[in-house]
Design a protein around this ligand. Sequence first.
Ligand code: 5GP
Ligand code: MN
Length: 337
Amino acid sequence: MNQQLLKAFQKVLDTPKKIIIIPHKNPDGDALGSSLSLHAFLNKTGHQSHIISPNEYPEFLDWMPGQNEILKFSQFTDQSTQWIENADIIFTLDFNQLSRIDKMAPIVEQSDAQKIMIDHHEHPGDYASITYSDATIGSTCEMVFELISALDHDKIDSAIATCLYTGIMTDSGSFRFPSTTARTHQIVSTLIEKGAIPHFIHQKIYDTYSFNRLQLLGTALKNLTKIQEIPVVYITLSQKELNQNNFKKGDTEGFVNYGLSLLGISLAVIMIENEAEKIIKMSFRSKGSFDVNQFAKKYFNGGGHINAAGGVSHSPLAETVSQFRNAIAQEKSHFDV
Ligand code: 5GP
Ligand code: MN
């Protein structure tokens, strides 16, 4: 991080502050890892920090050090609102548009607190007075590492290291996405020295499937469809299929990546029906130059990164599939066929 930005952080954190940290809705390993590590660091350096998550997170993250102190806005709306209103500083982590925190957005917007963004998505909004934004970095956790390491490296303990390692590992697809750099591995090396245990974290995240979840993966893989003559595959999961496998939040995490493991495939998509919210949630993953951030933005009200993005459809599942197939036909020239 550059010196000017570091000075800005040093200045606001110069005296003890009441701080609220907010990850995006449906927080993932990177959103929670960055929030928990920054929270622990701030509390160790004389501040009073709390994390408010817009909603629940999956079971495979509910072991992370400090996670049981996270307040969920969806459950404790009044208390969350009061804390946001009384805050001196609000950190927003792993997102760059307030719409990503849903119903919390107007409360944050109206708060007098100083807003600080730390995030690695493209096209940051302008709501923050300090914007630490870098779309070339693979995870928000790497950015939080750079910040807290520059502020006070010795305060990084095993809990902080574990949270940061988790976010870097999950956002990099276990260190295999193109965003993984020599710097990523240098940071991870330091985190291991500070007490992060790779095999323990890996098992907690990836080897905790329930029987139902593995069966649901079987259903997803059976539904995998290839678009003829274009290197694109997609998976659908209907609400009925989710119910049959006793679906729990987070169960479909990572399913989309199986499509990309096929030889020669450049784009993999999963479309998941959510009857309660009347939406189809979509995830896009690509290899190479196909920009799923642009694609998700253009066709499915979404966004993200060049090789990993998400979006939403308000049409029924079958119609969403047709819309998707039509969109792919439109973009056919962007695939090397
Ligand atoms: P996932 O497919 O794992 O939900 O998300 C992949 C990436 O796209 C993440 O970086 C996530 O923050 C972003 N993303 C997911 N859904 C949306 C969405 O609806 N809108 C935007 N702007 N980004 C999204
Ligand atoms: Mn992230």
